[in-house]
Design a protein around this ligand. Sequence first.
Ligand SMILES: C[S@@+](CC[C@H](N)C(=O)[O-])C[C@H]1O[C@@H](n2cnc3c(N)ncnc32)[C@H](O)[C@@H]1O
Length: 363
Amino acid sequence: VTPLQRKVEDRIRRSGPLAVADYMALTLSDPDHGYYTTRDPLGATGDFVTAPEISQMFGEMIGLWCAVAWQQSGAPRTIRLVELGPGRGTLMADALRAAATLPPFRDAIELHLVETSPVLRARQHETLGDAVAGWHETLDDVPAGPMLAIANEFFDALPIRQYQRTGEGWRERLVGLGEDGRLCFTLAPMPAAPDTLPRAASVAANGQIVERCPQAEAILRTLARRLARDGGAALIVDYGPAESGPGETLQAVRGHAFHDPLEAPGTADLTAHVDFATLAACARDEGAATFGPIPQGAFLRRIGIARRLSRLLAGADENAADSLRRGYDRLIDGDGMGTLFKVLGVAAPGVGIPAGFETGRSP
Ligand SMILES: C[S@@+](CC[C@H](N)C(=O)[O-])C[C@H]1O[C@@H](n2cnc3c(N)ncnc32)[C@H](O)[C@@H]1O
């Protein structure tokens, strides 16, 4: 029994079952025992590997995308470059190296990181050092002004609420204690208020589960309001379908393998698919334009990753060339990350179509 499991069980005994979102928030971010609070989970020896940890080309291409977005935003003298959930700081280190090829952009950057984990803040400090102007708990704390924001595998870590359609209407899904004393899923006795349900509820059949991430929606609204007011653009990369739909996607991963989300909380990563269509609608509601989502592989190819690969291969020995080719294939793979992961662009009206996208939707 993990210390966090004891804490969750005590809380349930005291105040009743927890919403899935509250369980997820405790599991990931409890100040003493939360998954992200207590560890660096990334890499081969950790629990999962992300795109920037697979290849330097991922962060480099995003750095170049930012340079173009800065020019499209009127090349402001200062721009906040903001990363949400920067992990080890690898993406940003690669992006800054690429950004340095355009000195006026490099000189305009003021780097802000939004990160709640003290362990990962320390890693980011090791990687990025003095390049960081400030760390923040939330996007609201980043100073106002033109902004370029990046989020890779950030939104999938935010707590979701789940609702199930039953013969008696919609019920919120909760985490409670079973008769055997173990954590189990259960349903709220009272119906869920209709305005708390996600859009996918209207097409769900009896027994199906729908999900909603209120925190992600709130962050998108803040982001879009700021972009519309001060200028700039954002890139959101994560896994999830392009269209909203019913389905249960909460999953736990530990040691690169799937894990029971209710077993040994605090020792496995918990995530859910990102509902891109809902996030894009929130952004347009607040006055920003949206682009995509499009598959990660298509996005990277359109912004020139093949050319970057050729440049790097030209100076690489056999071992390095092999690793570059493998990284490239994983990032754009049609059966893996290249299609599973999507890229959503958000921009102030007037920025035009950001690099990598072909069309967009106005606010
Ligand atoms: C899956 S990791 C992705 C890391 C990095 N972007 C990458 O691609 O390697 C999620 C990141 O988001 C951070 N994080 C999770 N929940 C957060 C929250 N509510 N606010 C800020 N950061 C959060 C984690 O500490 C971690 O840095």
